[in-house]
Design a protein around this ligand. Structure first.
Ligand code: SF4
Length: 199
């Protein structure tokens, strides 16, 4: 029998987030930020927020990255109810000098130029970062907060098939991210459930 979803302010919570294993933490020195190699879908209105900071972002990019903001996003706009605007757009992919494909915002050290720009400008590190980048390995699909198993299958360190690397649950690993996205009250609600049922 499938366990029922928890409900949090209209968002359904898939209990898989409490049981799925994960690595000790995201560490680009180990994984090279592989999860960024396919780019990410962004809310159409959030694209404008990123573009508003194009100067700051360009300033932290390395010489191999694409510094023309009009090339940062794909032209195709997708109807998508998972985003507040009702539409999403994908970040572009570029080929590094080493011949590797990755998100246009991923730099040669495997860090995100959007996050670097925010930190340098004195903002919160995630203030202008796409929500789905913050959340990964979690995702929100059709108003369900769940584990992104499909993307995870492509990843060689933290992927769903890499059980030997797991030391904790996805929920435990994602404390800071969940507080940022759901708020402290939302996180505490989930933590209370987790401790009663899974610890
Ligand atoms: S926007 Fe940044 S965090 Fe998101 S996929 Fe691109 S490089 Fe990775």
């Amino acid at each position: 029998m499938t366990e029922e979803y928890l409900l949090l302010n209209g968002l359904k919570i898939d209990p898989v987030i409490f049981t799925q294993g994960f690595v000790p933490g995201c560490d680009v020195n180990i994984c090279t930020g592989e999860c960024c190699d396919w780019g990410v879908y962004v809310d159409l209105n959030f694209r404008n927020i990123i573009m508003h900071h194009s100067d700051e972002i360009t300033n932290v990019m390395d010489d191999g990255q694409i510094k023309e903001p009009d090339k940062w996003f794909e032209k195709e706009i997708n109807k998508d109810s998972d985003f507040p605007a009702g539409y999403s757009v994908s970040t572009s992919i570029y080929i590094t000098s080493g011949g590797k494909e990755q998100c246009v915002f991923k730099d040669k050290n495997n860090f995100c130029s959007i996050q670097n720009a925010a930190t340098k400008a004195g903002m919160h590190k995630w203030e202008i970062k796409p929500k789905y980048c913050i959340l990964y390995p979690l995702t929100i699909e059709k108003e369900i907060l769940t584990y992104d198993k499909i993307h995870s299958r492509r990843l060689n360190y933290c992927g769903v098939h890499k059980k030997e690397n797991f030391t904790q649950s996805v929920f435990e690993a994602m404390q800071e991210e969940l507080i940022f996205v759901l708020g402290k009250d939302g996180y505490d609600f989930l933590k209370d459930h987790y401790e009663k049922k899974y610890k």
